[in-house]
Design a protein around this ligand. Structure first.
Ligand code: HEM
Length: 394
C-alpha cells in the first residue's frame, strides 16, 4: 500500500474510501509489505472474535523488538490478551461504569458552554481550536483527576504518540520523538499515581490504585499504562467524532436540518457519522498460529490489519453503504471494535458527541464550513479526522 498524501486536499479520505471499495470488490484479503490487509465485515468480525488465533499483543510482531516501548505497553488493555486482559479490564471498568459516565452529563454541558462562551459574538472560528480539541481532554482530565494546567504537556505527548500505531515507525523517529515523550509521560503519570496512593481522592486514578481483582491490585506501572492509554484513546477519537459530524452535516444540509427539527434523530446521526468516518479506520492483530482467512493461508507471527473503516462500508452488511443516511440501521458497525476489546469509552464518546452537537445546534441557527478558510485533515490512513475546521456561524 503506497500513500501519497496531501492533507490540505479537499478530502484525502476520499482516496481511502475509493481504495476500500476496490479492495472489497476485488481483493478483500491480501498480503503486502506491511502484512495481511483485511476488508470484509464477516472476516473482520471473525478476527475480533478469535482472540486465540489473532492476538492483540502486536509488539510480538516487531522485528527487532522495541523494548523501549515495554513500559508504554504495561497495563495497556488494547494490546493485552486473555487471561490478563479480563483482570485488567474488570479493574479499569470500575472507573467507567454507565452511572459514572451518565453522571458527567452536567459537567460536559458546562464545559461545552464555557468553550463556546469564549468565542461568543464571533461569526467565524476554528471548531477544533475552540471546542473539539478542548472538550474531550478536559473531560478526561476531570475523570482521571489530572490538572488542566498540564494540558500543554499532554498535547506534546499526544503528537509524539500519534505515530505509535503501526509496527512501521522508522527507528530514528522512535528514538528521537516517541521514546523521550513516552519516558516523560510515564514519569509524570507515575508521580500522579504515587500521590493517589498516599492521598486517595474520588478520581479514576485513585479508584485504580485501590481496586482489587482476584485479591490483587494493579501495579503502579500498570496504572500508568492504563492512564496513558485513556488519555490518548479518548481524545483524538472524540475530537474526530465532533468534527466529522459537523463536516458531514455541512455536506448533507438536509440531514443537519432533520436533526435540528427532531433531536431524537441525533443519536442515530452520531452512529452514522461514526460508521462512515470511523476515527480509527484500522486495528492491528498478529497471528499466533497458522490459520486460514478468505481462502488464504496465513502463517503464525504475521501482522494482520483489519480495516474497520472498510467493514463499515461492506455492502453485504450495510445496503448502499457509501450513502450518509442518519435513519439507517447502523447496528454491527465496528467503529468501537467488537468482542473483549470493545471500546471502554464508547458510552462517554457518544455522550460527549451528542451533547457537543446538541449545544452547537442550540446556540447557532446556522453552522457551515467556512469556504474562505482551509480545512486540513490528519492522515486518514491513521486517523480519520479534520485537524483544522474553520466554520461560519449565525
Ligand atoms: C469516538 C471515539 C472513540 C473511538 C472511535 C474508539 C475506538 C476504539 C476501538 C476501535 C477500540 C478497540 C481496539 C481493538 O480492538 O484493538 C477501543 C478500545 C478502547 N478505548 Fe476507545 N474509542 C473512542 C473513545 C474512547 C474514550 C472516550 C475512551 C476513554 C476515555 C476510550 C478508551 C478505550 C479503552 C480503555 C480501550 C481498550 C479496551 C480493551 O482493550 O479492552 N475510547 N476504542
Amino acid at each position: 500500500m503506497t500513500v501519497t498524501l496531501d492533507t490540505t486536499a479537499k478530502d484525502p479520505a476520499e482516496e481511502l474510501f475509493a481504495w476500500f471499495r476496490t479492495k472489497l470488490d476485488t481483493e478483500p484479503v491480501y498480503r503486502d509489505e506491511n502484512g495481511w490487509q483485511v476488508f470484509g465485515h464477516a472476516d473482520i468480525a471473525r478476527i475480533l472474535a478469535d482472540t486465540t488465533t489473532f492476538s492483540s499483543d502486536t509488539a510480538r510482531a516487531f522485528n527487532p523488538p522495541q523494548p523501549d516501548l515495554d513500559f508504554f505497553d504495561m497495563g495497556n488493555l488494547v494490546t493485552t490478551d486473555p487471561p490478563r486482559h479480563r483482570q485488567l479490564r474488570s479493574l479499569i471498568s470500575s472507573g467507567f461504569t454507565p452511572r459514572a459516565v451518565a453522571g458527567l452529563t452536567p459537567r460536559i454541558e458546562r464545559i461545552t458552554h464555557a468553550l463556546l462562551d469564549a468565542v461568543d459574538g464571533a461569526d467565524r472560528f476554528d471548531l477544533i481550536d475552540s471546542v473539539a480539541y478542548a472538550l474531550p481532554i478536559t473531560v478526561i482530565c476531570e475523570l482521571l483527576g489530572l490538572p488542566m494546567e498540564d494540558e500543554p504537556l499532554f498535547r506534546v505527548w499526544g503528537e509524539a504518540l500519534g505515530t505509535v500505531d503501526a509496527a512501521t515507525v522508522p527507528p530514528e523517529q522512535m528514538a528521537d520523538e516517541v521514546v523521550p515523550a513516552v519516558r516523560e509521560m510515564n514519569a509524570y503519570l507515575m508521580e500522579q499515581v504515587r500521590r493517589r496512593r498516599r492521598q486517595p481522592t474520588d478520581d479514576v486514578i485513585s479508584k485504580l490504585a485501590n481496586a482489587e481483582v482476584d485479591g490483587k491490585r494493579l501495579e503502579d506501572g500498570e496504572i500508568v499504562g492504563v492512564t496513558g492509554l485513556t488519555m490518548f484513546a479518548g481524545h483524538a477519537t472524540t475530537l474526530a467524532l465532533v468534527a466529522n459530524a459537523v463536516l458531514l452535516f455541512d455536506r448533507h444540509p438536509e440531514a443537519g436540518a432533520a436533526v435540528r427539527a427532531d433531536r431524537d434523530l441525533l443519536p442515530g446521526a452520531v452512529e452514522e457519522v461514526l460508521r462512515l468516518r470511523p476515527p480509527f479506520p484500522r486495528l492491528a492483530r498478529v497471528t499466533t498460529t497458522d490459520t486460514e482467512l478468505g481462502g488464504h493461508r496465513i502463517a503464525a507471527g504475521e501482522l494482520v490489519t483489519p480495516w474497520i473503516g472498510a467493514a463499515n462500508r461492506d455492502a453485504t452488511r450495510f445496503p448502499d453503504p457509501d450513502r450518509f443516511d442518519i435513519r439507517r440501521d447502523t447496528g454491527g458497525h465496528l467503529v468501537f471494535g467488537q468482542g473483549i476489546h470493545f471500546c471502554l469509552g464508547a458510552p462517554l464518546a457518544r455522550l460527549e458527541g451528542r451533547i457537543a452537537l446538541g449545544i452547537l445546534m442550540d446556540r447557532y441557527q446556522d453552522i457551515a464550513v467556512d469556504e474562505s478558510g482551509t480545512v486540513e485533515f490528519e492522515n486518514p490512513w491513521q486517523l480519520l479526522s479534520p485537524k483544522r475546521l474553520p466554520i461560519r456561524v449565525a
